[in-house]
Design a protein around this ligand. Sequence first.
Ligand code: HGY
Ligand code: MN
Ligand code: MN
Length: 411
Amino acid sequence: MAATRFADRMLAQLDELGRISESPDFLQRTFLIPQHKQAHERAAAWMREAGMEVEHDSAGNVVGRYAGTDPAAPALMTGSHLDTVRNAGKYDGMLGVIAPIACIADLNRRGKRLPFPIEVVGFANEEGTRFGSAMTGSRAIAGTFDPAMLEARDKQGVSMGEAYKAFGLDPAKVGFCARKPGSIAAFVELHIEQGPVLEQEGLALGVVTAISGAHRFRVEITGLAGHAGTVPMGQRQDALVAAAEIVQYIEKRCTGTPTLVGTVGMLEALPGAMNVIPGKAVFSIDVRAGEDDLRDLAADDILKQIRVVCAGRKLEAKITELYNSTATPCHPALMDAAEAAIKAQGVPTMRLPSGAGHDAATLAPLCPITMIFMRCTRGISHNPLEAVLPEDVELATGALLHFIENFKPVQ
Ligand code: HGY
Ligand code: MN
Ligand code: MN
């Protein structure tokens, strides 16, 4: 196959980032760990090679800036996250950082400057894998960072604030990278779809209409640990059985309503011994929907059911809200521009909502946003089986470059 304008080098860079992991067995790169710094420094080197000035900002993001002919003009911002979930794929997030770097490198090679600066951001902590609370980097840039997030603790009991200090950043200054309103003209994010729609429709690229909101909780159920051999079944205060009943309820409550989904991704029985009745169960809840009221109703019902189950079993429940974002629409004129950019690649497209959350949604209070989705194989994501087609990477990057070169500020 002839050398490609973008894809060959990008796929090699994505492979390289995919090897920067805190586990030797699978890809996991969370927040404020040495591999976060390593990946950001790699991205920074590629940004500099592409002709950008680079900054590692107060929140732990890496930001490349390609000057325009008018330094006072509001910047066009693009980018995505460089952190991952546990046992991740290597395209979720990273594609949306490597592609704009390739676009800027192309502009730079041609000596082309646009009438506005371009910022390429590698966001930190979009996933929330380590501390539960997510979107730290994009919230800081949007000016919506909540210092209460610094109290969130990881599995080892380390708080986000302590982790910032260990990383070499001052937790009191996380929000210093907030952009002034009006300083960013728009934000565009390229991301894999993480779902099956584009592949089923035989399309490489799509235009995102809206980004689902998500409501996330940590639930801690406390019963009474006991001897597995001696406590009669009717006299147990088994925290794990209660959790299991709630997990089943969540599946039932969230089944049958379009766009409503409910997931328990983490569940731990404590003390975690075969011959001990679990005195404690800790689990996560993630509820999403295309419409906010659908999601909020489901979340309310689930919290009510937790209380009903615990009362019936003489157990205590402690529920902590970790994250709550509303559904975010993309800007109509930017969607049209994204559609034109895709069609300029000579391929058809479609418009579709995003069930996944993205940094783009977090930036919506700062500036108008839009997203371009790229097909991923069998729609698989948050899984090392995540895969893309080189020709789709080529098309997606061409479309992003067209969007950038033809960008006009919108009202
Ligand atoms: O959870 C999400 O939707 C995204 O991957 N952070
Ligand atoms: Mn993700
Ligand atoms: Mn993502």
